[in-house]
Unconditional design. Structure first.
Length: 241
């Protein structure tokens, strides 16, 4: 699609992005322009804003399919080509999504609900079928340099309430916050859910579950639930002896 581009990123939108975890240095490195059209009429009627980095590819059908779930006052920034993304859905009011530069999303599903945010700062490689789900005021923030193997699942909560039958207390997380430091490797079928912080340089082994846990920097963790299996690790995308 050929966009009709308008103004550069305005101060109020920059403040909103920084407030949900976009790095100022990443923002300052980008030329972002607001998309004026062609967009469906409901987009502007619902006070939604889309910024793109000139030259990125955003399929028309990806935007058109967003009408399936009503939303308003959304701020969406796309700084990498998303022609291979499967779904990009927003819901409710006030969703904020930043898809940073130098990234690729193959068959990725993304949902960001009301007052929630998803921030992938830069250099995110989601190799296949990643699912990101932020809702109920939750957030997902990834620092630059992410390598995610196939079928990883990041969700701020379980989407349904689980309570104690006697006390009525909620037992599962609601609108939680997931944070990934720089240079993180998630193995195949990894699940991050609830309040999670993954430290810089960490590796989460395949089919591991990190739920309401912190993963220390420069460690390898694995299992259900995940536990530290090795400290002081250094990983590289190159497969060398």
């Amino acid at each position: 699609m050929t966009w009709q581009l308008g103004d550069r990123l305005v101060g109020a939108h920059r403040d909103r992005l920084v407030g949900v975890g976009v790095r100022p240095d990443v923002l300052d490195s980008l030329e972002l322009r607001e998309v004026r059209g062609p967009l469906p009429p409901w987009w502007h009627e619902q006070r939604n804003v889309l910024y793109v980095r000139p030259g990125v590819t955003v399929p028309e059908e990806l935007i058109g399919a967003m009408a399936l779930i009503p939303f308003e006052d959304a701020l969406l920034v796309i700084a990498s080509t998303v022609e291979n993304m499967a779904k990009l859905h927003l819901g409710g009011g006030g969703a904020t999504v930043f898809l940073g530069p130098d990234s690729s999303y193959t068959a990725t599903d993304l949902y960001c609900g009301a007052d929630s945010s998803i921030v992938l700062n830069a250099g995110t490689t989601a190799t296949r079928c990643a699912v990101l789900d932020a809702r109920n005021g939750g957030s997902i923030v990834a620092q630059p340099d992410q390598l995610w193997a196939a079928d990883v699942y990041l969700a701020t909560d379980d989407m349904h309430r689980l309570g104690d039958a006697v006390t009525g207390e909620r037992l599962n997380p609601y609108g939680a916050h997931i944070r990934l430091g720089e240079h993180v490797w998630l193995g195949r079928d990894v699940i991050l859910t609830g309040h999670v912080e993954v430290g810089e340089g960490a590796v989460v082994g395949l089919r591991s579950l990190v739920r309401n846990q912190d993963v220390p920097p420069a460690t390898a963790v694995a299992g259900v639930p995940a536990r530290v299996i090795r400290k002081d690790v250094v990983w590289s995308e190159e497969d060398t002896p």
